[in-house]
Write a protein that binds this ligand. Sequence first.
Ligand code: 4NP
Length: 156
Amino acid sequence: MKMKKILFVCLGNICRSPAAEAIMKKKVEARQLEHLFEIDSAGIMNYHGGELPDDRMRKYGSLRGYKVDSIARQITKEDFEYFDIIIGMDNQNIADLKRKAPNKEALKKIQKIDVYFTKHDFTFVPDPYYGNEKDFNFVLDLLEDACENIVNQHLQ
Ligand code: 4NP
């Protein structure tokens, strides 16, 4: 089976996508599938480049056993070449990714995360930045659901 390189993308790369990265890495490690998945995250914008994830996401993530500690960076042209699958969190992310994609091959790699939801009747992962504890935990619920199915689908 071939290694899948997956990039999670959100607006700032400090809340949703680093949490998705941490959740996915934990699931991959727990099932000893490191040889089959390479995982990273990036932002549409560089508002928080070089920073650790948002303190609230680090805290609520760690309460569920996730180490949300990747350093924020903006998506690059090379990312569209390197990764096999580029997963955005909401419609705006998808529109921005399509605008940034350098060619047709890159466009085909873009997916919205809700295609992996099975437990939630929801079409995106809402930006929790101006939200509260409940909003951050809902993001984690959605991302756990999606990541479980990303692992399962790409093993088939
Ligand atoms: P994220 O959340 O896209 O899930 O990382 C945001 C973080 C920062 C900002 C917006 C969304 N911001 O405007 O700084």
